[in-house]
Design a protein around this ligand. Sequence first.
Ligand code: NAD
Ligand code: UGA
Length: 451
Amino acid sequence: MHIGVIGTGYVGLVSGTCFAEFGIDVTCVDVNEDKIKRLNKGEIPIYEPGLDDLVEKQVKANRLFFTTNLPETVKKSDAVFIAVGTPPRKGDGHADLTYVYEAAREVARNLEGYTLIVTKSTVPVGTAREIERIVREENPQADFDVASNPEFLREGAAINDFLRPDRVVIGCDSERGRELMRRLYRPLFLNETPIVFTTPETSEITKYAANAFLATKITFINEIADLCEKANANVQDVAKAMGMDKRIGGKFLHAGPGYGGSCFPKDTLALTQIGHDYNAPQTLVERVVAVNTARQRQMARRIIAACGGSVEGKRIAILGVAFKPNTDDVRDAPSLVIIPELQLAGAEIAAYDPVAMDEAAHHLEQVIWCKDSYDAAKGADALVIITEWNEFRALNLDKLEEILNVKRIIDLRNIYKREEMRERGFHYVSIGKSDVLPAPAVAGLREVKTA
Ligand code: NAD
Ligand code: UGA
Protein backbone atom coordinates (compact mmCIF):
# COMPACT_ATOMS: atom_id res chain seq x y z
CA MET A 1 0.00 0.00 0.00
CA HIS A 2 1.18 3.47 -0.79
CA ILE A 3 -0.27 6.74 0.47
CA GLY A 4 0.42 10.38 -0.34
CA VAL A 5 0.20 13.08 2.33
CA ILE A 6 -0.24 16.61 1.01
CA GLY A 7 1.17 19.27 3.33
CA THR A 8 4.15 18.54 5.58
CA GLY A 9 3.27 20.77 8.53
CA TYR A 10 2.71 19.58 12.09
CA VAL A 11 -0.10 17.26 11.05
CA GLY A 12 1.07 16.07 7.63
CA LEU A 13 4.62 15.33 8.68
CA VAL A 14 3.62 13.56 11.89
CA SER A 15 0.77 11.57 10.26
CA GLY A 16 2.91 10.58 7.28
CA THR A 17 5.78 9.44 9.49
CA CYS A 18 3.45 7.51 11.79
CA PHE A 19 1.69 5.79 8.88
CA ALA A 20 5.18 4.71 7.75
CA GLU A 21 5.67 3.38 11.29
CA PHE A 22 2.48 1.33 10.68
CA GLY A 23 4.35 -0.29 7.76
CA ILE A 24 2.85 1.72 4.89
CA ASP A 25 4.85 3.37 2.09
CA VAL A 26 4.33 7.11 2.40
CA THR A 27 5.24 10.07 0.22
CA CYS A 28 4.88 13.49 1.83
CA VAL A 29 4.33 16.37 -0.59
CA ASP A 30 4.67 20.09 0.00
CA VAL A 31 4.65 23.17 -2.23
CA ASN A 32 7.34 24.66 -0.03
CA GLU A 33 10.55 23.61 -1.80
CA ASP A 34 12.78 24.69 1.05
CA LYS A 35 10.89 22.44 3.48
CA ILE A 36 11.22 19.44 1.17
CA LYS A 37 14.92 20.15 0.57
CA ARG A 38 15.54 20.25 4.31
CA LEU A 39 13.55 17.07 4.92
CA ASN A 40 15.52 15.30 2.20
CA LYS A 41 18.71 16.37 3.99
CA GLY A 42 17.39 14.86 7.23
CA GLU A 43 16.48 18.23 8.81
CA ILE A 44 13.12 18.50 10.53
CA PRO A 45 11.56 21.92 9.85
CA ILE A 46 9.47 21.94 13.06
CA TYR A 47 10.24 21.20 16.69
CA GLU A 48 8.30 18.12 17.77
CA PRO A 49 9.86 15.80 20.36
CA GLY A 50 10.88 12.41 18.93
CA LEU A 51 9.99 13.29 15.34
CA ASP A 52 13.61 13.49 14.11
CA ASP A 53 14.39 9.92 15.22
CA LEU A 54 11.19 8.51 13.78
CA VAL A 55 11.66 10.28 10.43
CA GLU A 56 15.24 9.03 10.22
CA LYS A 57 14.13 5.48 11.03
CA GLN A 58 11.40 5.46 8.38
CA VAL A 59 13.55 7.11 5.71
CA LYS A 60 16.25 4.47 6.32
CA ALA A 61 13.57 1.76 6.07
CA ASN A 62 12.68 3.14 2.61
CA ARG A 63 9.10 3.73 3.64
CA LEU A 64 9.07 7.53 3.88
CA PHE A 65 9.78 9.95 1.01
CA PHE A 66 9.56 13.73 0.55
CA THR A 67 8.83 15.52 -2.71
CA THR A 68 7.26 18.56 -4.32
CA ASN A 69 5.93 16.36 -7.12
CA LEU A 70 2.23 16.03 -6.33
CA PRO A 71 1.17 14.46 -9.69
CA GLU A 72 3.60 11.53 -9.42
CA THR A 73 2.66 10.97 -5.78
CA VAL A 74 -1.07 10.90 -6.49
CA LYS A 75 -0.67 8.53 -9.43
CA LYS A 76 0.95 5.86 -7.29
CA SER A 77 -1.18 6.30 -4.16
CA ASP A 78 -4.07 4.15 -2.94
CA ALA A 79 -5.10 6.98 -0.64
CA VAL A 80 -4.22 10.67 -0.60
CA PHE A 81 -4.46 12.60 2.68
CA ILE A 82 -5.00 16.34 2.47
CA ALA A 83 -3.24 17.89 5.48
CA VAL A 84 -2.77 21.50 4.36
CA GLY A 85 -3.54 24.52 6.53
CA THR A 86 -7.05 25.89 7.07
CA PRO A 87 -6.30 29.30 8.61
CA PRO A 88 -8.99 31.82 9.50
CA ARG A 89 -10.23 33.71 6.45
CA LYS A 90 -9.32 37.38 6.73
CA GLY A 91 -12.27 39.53 7.73
CA ASP A 92 -14.80 36.96 8.90
CA GLY A 93 -13.02 34.08 10.68
CA HIS A 94 -14.45 31.32 8.44
CA ALA A 95 -11.99 28.51 7.78
CA ASP A 96 -10.11 29.45 4.60
CA LEU A 97 -10.43 26.41 2.36
CA THR A 98 -8.33 27.78 -0.52
CA TYR A 99 -5.42 25.40 0.13
CA VAL A 100 -7.72 22.40 0.60
CA TYR A 101 -9.60 23.00 -2.64
CA GLU A 102 -6.42 23.80 -4.59
CA ALA A 103 -4.95 20.53 -3.41
CA ALA A 104 -8.19 18.67 -4.24
CA ARG A 105 -8.19 20.02 -7.81
CA GLU A 106 -4.60 19.02 -8.35
CA VAL A 107 -5.26 15.59 -6.91
CA ALA A 108 -8.29 15.22 -9.21
CA ARG A 109 -6.26 15.92 -12.33
CA ASN A 110 -3.76 13.19 -11.49
CA LEU A 111 -5.91 10.30 -10.25
CA GLU A 112 -5.11 6.91 -11.76
CA GLY A 113 -7.09 3.86 -10.66
CA TYR A 114 -9.25 3.78 -7.53
CA THR A 115 -8.07 6.32 -4.94
CA LEU A 116 -9.46 7.37 -1.58
CA ILE A 117 -9.15 11.11 -0.94
CA VAL A 118 -9.05 11.81 2.78
CA THR A 119 -9.30 15.16 4.55
CA LYS A 120 -7.00 15.26 7.60
CA SER A 121 -7.11 19.03 7.79
CA THR A 122 -9.76 20.48 10.10
CA VAL A 123 -12.56 21.47 7.73
CA PRO A 124 -16.14 22.75 8.09
CA VAL A 125 -19.08 20.42 7.67
CA GLY A 126 -19.82 19.89 3.98
CA THR A 127 -16.20 20.05 2.80
CA ALA A 128 -15.93 16.34 1.91
CA ARG A 129 -19.07 16.66 -0.27
CA GLU A 130 -17.62 19.78 -1.91
CA ILE A 131 -14.35 17.96 -2.62
CA GLU A 132 -16.35 15.15 -4.21
CA ARG A 133 -18.06 17.71 -6.44
CA ILE A 134 -14.78 19.41 -7.34
CA VAL A 135 -13.10 16.13 -8.25
CA ARG A 136 -16.03 15.05 -10.44
CA GLU A 137 -16.03 18.43 -12.14
CA GLU A 138 -12.26 18.31 -12.72
CA ASN A 139 -12.07 14.66 -13.75
CA PRO A 140 -15.45 13.07 -14.58
CA GLN A 141 -13.88 9.64 -15.26
CA ALA A 142 -12.12 9.39 -11.91
CA ASP A 143 -12.67 6.34 -9.71
CA PHE A 144 -12.55 7.66 -6.14
CA ASP A 145 -14.22 8.11 -2.78
CA VAL A 146 -13.84 10.89 -0.24
CA ALA A 147 -13.44 10.35 3.51
CA SER A 148 -13.09 12.65 6.49
CA ASN A 149 -10.48 11.56 9.03
CA PRO A 150 -9.85 14.48 11.39
CA GLU A 151 -6.68 14.57 13.43
CA PHE A 152 -6.76 14.96 17.22
CA LEU A 153 -3.02 15.12 17.97
CA ARG A 154 -1.56 17.83 20.20
CA GLU A 155 1.67 19.60 19.39
CA GLY A 156 4.45 18.57 21.73
CA ALA A 157 2.89 15.11 22.21
CA ALA A 158 2.03 14.51 18.56
CA ILE A 159 3.68 11.14 17.97
CA ASN A 160 2.21 9.49 21.01
CA ASP A 161 -1.20 11.00 20.24
CA PHE A 162 -1.08 9.60 16.70
CA LEU A 163 0.24 6.15 17.57
CA ARG A 164 -1.90 5.75 20.70
CA PRO A 165 -5.03 7.86 20.13
CA ASP A 166 -8.11 7.84 22.34
CA ARG A 167 -10.10 7.16 19.16
CA VAL A 168 -9.98 7.46 15.39
CA VAL A 169 -12.93 9.03 13.57
CA ILE A 170 -13.60 8.03 9.97
CA GLY A 171 -16.44 9.62 8.02
CA CYS A 172 -16.99 7.71 4.81
CA ASP A 173 -20.10 6.56 2.96
CA SER A 174 -18.42 3.92 0.82
CA GLU A 175 -17.58 0.41 2.08
CA ARG A 176 -14.58 0.30 -0.27
CA GLY A 177 -13.23 3.48 1.30
CA ARG A 178 -13.90 2.23 4.84
CA GLU A 179 -12.09 -1.04 4.08
CA LEU A 180 -9.05 0.89 2.87
CA MET A 181 -9.04 2.98 6.05
CA ARG A 182 -9.29 -0.21 8.13
CA ARG A 183 -6.14 -1.48 6.39
CA LEU A 184 -4.29 1.80 6.93
CA TYR A 185 -5.11 1.86 10.65
CA ARG A 186 -4.63 -1.92 11.07
CA PRO A 187 -2.20 -1.67 14.03
CA LEU A 188 -4.77 0.42 15.90
CA PHE A 189 -7.56 -2.07 15.11
CA LEU A 190 -5.34 -4.83 16.46
CA ASN A 191 -4.77 -3.04 19.77
CA GLU A 192 -8.50 -2.28 20.02
CA THR A 193 -8.32 1.48 19.73
CA PRO A 194 -11.92 2.68 19.37
CA ILE A 195 -12.60 3.50 15.71
CA VAL A 196 -15.77 5.45 15.01
CA PHE A 197 -17.17 4.95 11.52
CA THR A 198 -19.69 7.57 10.58
CA THR A 199 -20.72 9.95 7.82
CA PRO A 200 -18.37 12.71 6.57
CA GLU A 201 -20.67 15.37 8.05
CA THR A 202 -20.67 13.83 11.53
CA SER A 203 -16.92 13.36 11.39
CA GLU A 204 -16.33 16.97 10.35
CA ILE A 205 -18.54 18.35 13.12
CA THR A 206 -16.95 16.02 15.69
CA LYS A 207 -13.55 17.64 15.16
CA TYR A 208 -14.80 21.20 15.75
CA ALA A 209 -17.02 20.09 18.63
CA ALA A 210 -14.09 18.38 20.38
CA ASN A 211 -11.80 21.41 20.06
CA ALA A 212 -14.55 23.84 21.08
CA PHE A 213 -15.45 21.72 24.12
CA LEU A 214 -11.83 21.64 25.32
CA ALA A 215 -11.52 25.40 24.75
CA THR A 216 -14.74 25.87 26.72
CA LYS A 217 -13.39 23.79 29.61
CA ILE A 218 -10.28 25.97 29.76
CA THR A 219 -12.31 29.17 29.55
CA PHE A 220 -14.65 27.95 32.27
CA ILE A 221 -11.81 27.33 34.70
CA ASN A 222 -10.21 30.66 33.78
CA GLU A 223 -13.38 32.49 34.83
CA ILE A 224 -13.60 30.39 38.01
CA ALA A 225 -9.98 31.45 38.64
CA ASP A 226 -11.06 35.11 38.51
CA LEU A 227 -13.73 34.34 41.09
CA CYS A 228 -11.25 32.47 43.31
CA GLU A 229 -8.95 35.50 43.31
CA LYS A 230 -11.71 37.74 44.58
CA ALA A 231 -13.21 35.25 47.04
CA ASN A 232 -10.09 33.98 48.80
CA ALA A 233 -10.18 30.53 47.17
CA ASN A 234 -7.62 28.49 45.30
CA VAL A 235 -8.41 27.50 41.70
CA GLN A 236 -5.97 24.62 41.66
CA ASP A 237 -7.76 22.97 44.55
CA VAL A 238 -11.14 23.72 42.96
CA ALA A 239 -9.99 22.13 39.66
CA LYS A 240 -8.54 19.13 41.44
CA ALA A 241 -11.73 18.51 43.43
CA MET A 242 -13.95 19.11 40.39
CA GLY A 243 -11.84 16.78 38.26
CA MET A 244 -12.24 13.91 40.71
CA ASP A 245 -15.80 13.64 39.45
CA LYS A 246 -15.35 11.19 36.58
CA ARG A 247 -18.13 12.91 34.65
CA ILE A 248 -16.00 16.08 34.59
CA GLY A 249 -12.44 14.70 34.47
CA GLY A 250 -9.34 16.57 35.61
CA LYS A 251 -7.79 17.33 32.22
CA PHE A 252 -7.87 20.78 30.60
CA LEU A 253 -8.74 22.47 33.88
CA HIS A 254 -5.45 24.35 34.26
CA ALA A 255 -6.17 28.03 34.60
CA GLY A 256 -3.77 30.25 32.68
CA PRO A 257 -3.41 33.24 30.36
CA GLY A 258 -6.09 31.97 27.94
CA TYR A 259 -5.80 29.28 25.31
CA GLY A 260 -3.69 29.91 22.22
CA GLY A 261 -2.14 27.90 19.42
CA SER A 262 -2.76 27.14 15.80
CA CYS A 263 -6.09 25.44 16.41
CA PHE A 264 -8.32 26.36 19.37
CA PRO A 265 -8.51 30.08 18.48
CA LYS A 266 -9.16 29.52 14.77
CA ASP A 267 -11.44 26.50 15.23
CA THR A 268 -13.66 28.07 17.89
CA LEU A 269 -14.06 31.12 15.65
CA ALA A 270 -14.79 28.98 12.58
CA LEU A 271 -17.41 26.98 14.51
CA THR A 272 -19.28 30.16 15.37
CA GLN A 273 -19.31 31.03 11.66
CA ILE A 274 -20.48 27.54 10.69
CA GLY A 275 -23.27 27.93 13.26
CA HIS A 276 -24.43 31.13 11.58
CA ASP A 277 -24.26 29.55 8.11
CA TYR A 278 -26.59 26.78 9.26
CA ASN A 279 -28.80 29.07 11.33
CA ALA A 280 -27.78 27.18 14.46
CA PRO A 281 -25.88 29.85 16.40
CA GLN A 282 -23.18 28.51 18.70
CA THR A 283 -23.74 31.16 21.36
CA LEU A 284 -21.76 29.39 24.07
CA VAL A 285 -18.70 29.11 21.82
CA GLU A 286 -19.16 32.77 20.80
CA ARG A 287 -18.83 33.72 24.47
CA VAL A 288 -15.82 31.46 24.86
CA VAL A 289 -14.07 33.23 21.97
CA ALA A 290 -14.87 36.66 23.42
CA VAL A 291 -13.84 35.77 26.98
CA ASN A 292 -10.58 34.19 25.84
CA THR A 293 -9.65 37.13 23.62
CA ALA A 294 -10.28 39.57 26.45
CA ARG A 295 -8.32 37.42 28.89
CA GLN A 296 -5.04 37.64 26.99
CA ARG A 297 -5.21 41.46 27.18
CA GLN A 298 -6.18 41.29 30.85
CA MET A 299 -2.96 39.38 31.48
CA ALA A 300 -0.94 42.40 30.36
CA ARG A 301 -2.98 44.60 32.70
CA ARG A 302 -2.39 42.12 35.53
CA ILE A 303 1.36 42.36 34.96
CA ILE A 304 1.22 46.14 34.94
CA ALA A 305 -0.82 46.15 38.16
CA ALA A 306 1.66 43.78 39.80
CA CYS A 307 4.40 46.23 38.88
CA GLY A 308 2.70 48.97 40.88
CA GLY A 309 0.47 50.31 38.11
CA SER A 310 3.15 51.24 35.56
CA VAL A 311 5.83 49.48 33.54
CA GLU A 312 7.09 52.70 31.94
CA GLY A 313 10.86 52.38 31.65
CA LYS A 314 10.87 49.04 33.47
CA ARG A 315 12.58 45.90 32.24
CA ILE A 316 10.24 42.90 32.15
CA ALA A 317 11.69 39.41 31.75
CA ILE A 318 9.45 37.00 29.86
CA LEU A 319 9.92 33.24 30.14
CA GLY A 320 8.20 31.33 27.35
CA VAL A 321 6.81 32.62 24.07
CA ALA A 322 5.53 29.36 22.52
CA PHE A 323 1.77 28.84 22.96
CA LYS A 324 2.53 25.76 25.07
CA PRO A 325 5.66 23.80 26.09
CA ASN A 326 7.47 21.38 23.76
CA THR A 327 6.71 23.24 20.57
CA ASP A 328 8.24 26.07 18.55
CA ASP A 329 4.76 27.11 17.38
CA VAL A 330 3.79 30.66 18.34
CA ARG A 331 0.59 30.92 16.28
CA ASP A 332 -1.97 32.83 18.39
CA ALA A 333 0.27 32.46 21.45
CA PRO A 334 -0.74 34.60 24.46
CA SER A 335 2.82 36.02 24.39
CA LEU A 336 2.06 37.74 21.07
CA VAL A 337 -0.70 39.75 22.77
CA ILE A 338 0.92 40.29 26.16
CA ILE A 339 4.36 41.46 24.98
CA PRO A 340 3.16 44.21 22.60
CA GLU A 341 0.71 45.48 25.27
CA LEU A 342 3.57 45.77 27.76
CA GLN A 343 5.74 47.50 25.17
CA LEU A 344 2.92 49.92 24.46
CA ALA A 345 2.87 50.71 28.16
CA GLY A 346 6.57 51.56 28.00
CA ALA A 347 8.24 48.32 29.13
CA GLU A 348 11.52 46.99 27.83
CA ILE A 349 11.12 43.25 27.13
CA ALA A 350 13.87 40.68 27.63
CA ALA A 351 12.58 37.24 26.64
CA TYR A 352 13.73 33.65 26.57
CA ASP A 353 12.15 30.46 25.20
CA PRO A 354 13.98 27.14 24.79
CA VAL A 355 12.95 26.69 21.11
CA ALA A 356 10.41 29.27 19.92
CA MET A 357 12.49 32.47 19.80
CA ASP A 358 13.25 32.30 16.06
CA GLU A 359 9.57 31.88 15.24
CA ALA A 360 8.50 34.59 17.69
CA ALA A 361 11.06 37.03 16.29
CA HIS A 362 8.98 37.10 13.06
CA HIS A 363 6.02 38.48 15.02
CA LEU A 364 7.54 40.67 17.73
CA GLU A 365 9.68 43.77 17.49
CA GLN A 366 12.27 45.30 19.79
CA VAL A 367 12.51 42.30 22.08
CA ILE A 368 15.87 41.52 23.64
CA TRP A 369 16.23 37.78 22.97
CA CYS A 370 18.21 36.11 25.74
CA LYS A 371 20.35 32.98 25.99
CA ASP A 372 18.61 31.59 29.08
CA SER A 373 16.20 32.42 31.91
CA TYR A 374 18.88 34.18 34.00
CA ASP A 375 20.10 36.26 31.09
CA ALA A 376 16.50 37.50 30.74
CA ALA A 377 16.05 38.02 34.49
CA LYS A 378 19.22 40.08 34.95
CA GLY A 379 18.23 43.55 36.14
CA ALA A 380 14.52 42.94 35.51
CA ASP A 381 11.79 44.62 37.52
CA ALA A 382 9.55 41.59 37.12
CA LEU A 383 9.85 38.03 35.83
CA VAL A 384 6.78 36.77 33.96
CA ILE A 385 6.24 33.08 33.24
CA ILE A 386 3.97 32.73 30.20
CA THR A 387 4.72 29.15 29.08
CA GLU A 388 5.24 26.27 31.50
CA TRP A 389 8.37 24.71 29.97
CA ASN A 390 9.84 22.14 32.37
CA GLU A 391 13.07 24.09 32.70
CA PHE A 392 11.11 27.01 34.19
CA ARG A 393 9.71 24.78 36.94
CA ALA A 394 13.02 24.50 38.75
CA LEU A 395 14.59 27.95 38.49
CA ASN A 396 17.46 28.69 40.87
CA LEU A 397 15.68 31.08 43.21
CA ASP A 398 18.89 32.08 45.01
CA LYS A 399 20.32 33.19 41.71
CA LEU A 400 17.11 35.02 40.77
CA GLU A 401 17.19 36.86 44.11
CA GLU A 402 20.66 38.10 43.25
CA ILE A 403 20.08 39.18 39.67
CA LEU A 404 16.53 40.53 39.60
CA ASN A 405 16.29 44.25 40.16
CA VAL A 406 12.99 43.67 41.97
CA LYS A 407 12.08 40.28 43.48
CA ARG A 408 8.79 40.08 41.61
CA ILE A 409 7.44 37.01 39.81
CA ILE A 410 4.20 36.86 37.86
CA ASP A 411 3.43 33.22 37.25
CA LEU A 412 0.68 32.90 34.63
CA ARG A 413 0.86 29.08 34.75
CA ASN A 414 0.80 28.46 38.51
CA ILE A 415 4.00 26.42 38.46
CA TYR A 416 5.33 27.70 41.79
CA LYS A 417 3.87 27.47 45.27
CA ARG A 418 2.69 30.85 46.44
CA GLU A 419 3.47 30.24 50.11
CA GLU A 420 7.06 29.19 49.37
CA MET A 421 7.68 32.16 47.13
CA ARG A 422 6.31 34.57 49.69
CA GLU A 423 8.38 33.01 52.45
CA ARG A 424 11.44 33.74 50.34
CA GLY A 425 10.37 37.33 50.09
CA PHE A 426 9.26 37.38 46.47
CA HIS A 427 6.35 39.53 45.42
CA TYR A 428 4.58 36.62 43.77
CA VAL A 429 1.41 36.86 41.70
CA SER A 430 -0.26 33.79 40.25
CA ILE A 431 -3.60 32.81 38.74
CA GLY A 432 -6.76 32.01 40.64
CA LYS A 433 -5.47 32.58 44.16
CA SER A 434 -6.21 35.54 46.36
CA ASP A 435 -3.26 37.94 46.64
CA VAL A 436 -4.51 39.61 49.77
CA LEU A 437 -5.46 36.86 52.17
CA PRO A 438 -3.52 33.72 53.01
CA ALA A 439 -4.82 30.52 51.40
CA PRO A 440 -7.31 28.86 53.72
CA ALA A 441 -6.12 25.68 55.39
CA VAL A 442 -8.58 23.24 53.87
CA ALA A 443 -7.35 20.15 55.64
CA GLY A 444 -7.78 17.00 53.64
CA LEU A 445 -8.24 18.54 50.22
CA ARG A 446 -4.53 19.19 49.83
CA GLU A 447 -3.70 15.70 51.03
CA VAL A 448 -5.80 13.83 48.51
CA LYS A 449 -3.53 12.25 45.93
CA THR A 450 -4.96 11.86 42.47
CA ALA A 451 -3.75 9.20 40.04
P1 NAD B 1 0.94 23.89 8.75
O1 NAD B 1 0.65 25.27 8.36
O2 NAD B 1 2.00 23.58 9.75
O3 NAD B 1 1.30 23.03 7.45
C1 NAD B 1 0.55 23.06 6.26
C2 NAD B 1 1.50 22.71 5.11
O4 NAD B 1 0.75 22.54 3.91
C3 NAD B 1 2.55 23.78 4.81
O5 NAD B 1 3.86 23.21 4.84
C4 NAD B 1 2.20 24.25 3.38
O6 NAD B 1 3.33 24.62 2.62
C5 NAD B 1 1.52 23.02 2.82
N1 NAD B 1 0.66 23.24 1.66
C6 NAD B 1 -0.27 24.21 1.47
N2 NAD B 1 -0.88 24.04 0.28
C7 NAD B 1 -0.33 22.96 -0.30
C8 NAD B 1 -0.55 22.25 -1.53
N3 NAD B 1 -1.46 22.66 -2.43
N4 NAD B 1 0.21 21.18 -1.81
C9 NAD B 1 1.14 20.75 -0.93
N5 NAD B 1 1.38 21.36 0.26
C10 NAD B 1 0.65 22.44 0.57
O7 NAD B 1 -0.45 23.28 9.23
P2 NAD B 1 -0.74 22.22 10.41
O8 NAD B 1 -0.56 22.85 11.72
O9 NAD B 1 -0.05 20.94 10.08
O10 NAD B 1 -2.31 22.02 10.19
C11 NAD B 1 -2.83 21.39 9.05
C12 NAD B 1 -4.31 21.10 9.29
O11 NAD B 1 -4.44 20.17 10.36
C13 NAD B 1 -5.14 22.32 9.72
O12 NAD B 1 -6.43 22.19 9.16
C14 NAD B 1 -5.20 22.21 11.23
O13 NAD B 1 -6.36 22.81 11.75
C15 NAD B 1 -5.28 20.71 11.40
N6 NAD B 1 -4.76 20.23 12.69
C16 NAD B 1 -3.60 20.75 13.20
C17 NAD B 1 -3.09 20.26 14.41
C18 NAD B 1 -1.82 20.82 15.01
O14 NAD B 1 -1.50 20.43 16.12
N7 NAD B 1 -1.10 21.71 14.35
C19 NAD B 1 -3.75 19.20 15.06
C20 NAD B 1 -4.92 18.68 14.48
C21 NAD B 1 -5.41 19.20 13.29
C1 UGA C 1 -5.33 21.04 20.52
C2 UGA C 1 -6.10 19.78 20.95
O1 UGA C 1 -5.72 19.42 22.28
C3 UGA C 1 -5.84 18.61 20.00
O2 UGA C 1 -6.64 17.49 20.36
C4 UGA C 1 -6.20 19.05 18.58
O3 UGA C 1 -5.90 18.02 17.65
C5 UGA C 1 -5.40 20.29 18.22
O4 UGA C 1 -5.67 21.35 19.17
C6 UGA C 1 -5.77 20.80 16.86
O5 UGA C 1 -6.88 20.64 16.42
O6 UGA C 1 -4.87 21.37 16.29
P1 UGA C 1 -2.80 21.88 20.75
O7 UGA C 1 -3.35 23.17 20.26
O8 UGA C 1 -1.58 21.34 20.12
O9 UGA C 1 -3.93 20.74 20.62
O10 UGA C 1 -2.48 22.03 22.30
P2 UGA C 1 -3.30 21.90 23.68
O11 UGA C 1 -2.49 21.08 24.59
O12 UGA C 1 -4.70 21.49 23.46
O13 UGA C 1 -3.26 23.41 24.21
C7 UGA C 1 -3.98 24.44 23.55
C8 UGA C 1 -3.95 25.71 24.40
O14 UGA C 1 -4.73 25.56 25.57
C9 UGA C 1 -2.55 26.11 24.87
O15 UGA C 1 -2.41 27.51 24.78
C10 UGA C 1 -2.52 25.66 26.32
O16 UGA C 1 -1.64 26.39 27.12
C11 UGA C 1 -3.97 25.92 26.71
N1 UGA C 1 -4.41 25.09 27.86
C12 UGA C 1 -4.53 23.74 27.74
C13 UGA C 1 -4.74 25.71 29.06
O17 UGA C 1 -4.65 26.95 29.19
N2 UGA C 1 -5.19 24.93 30.10
C14 UGA C 1 -5.31 23.57 30.01
O18 UGA C 1 -5.74 22.94 31.00
C15 UGA C 1 -4.97 22.97 28.80
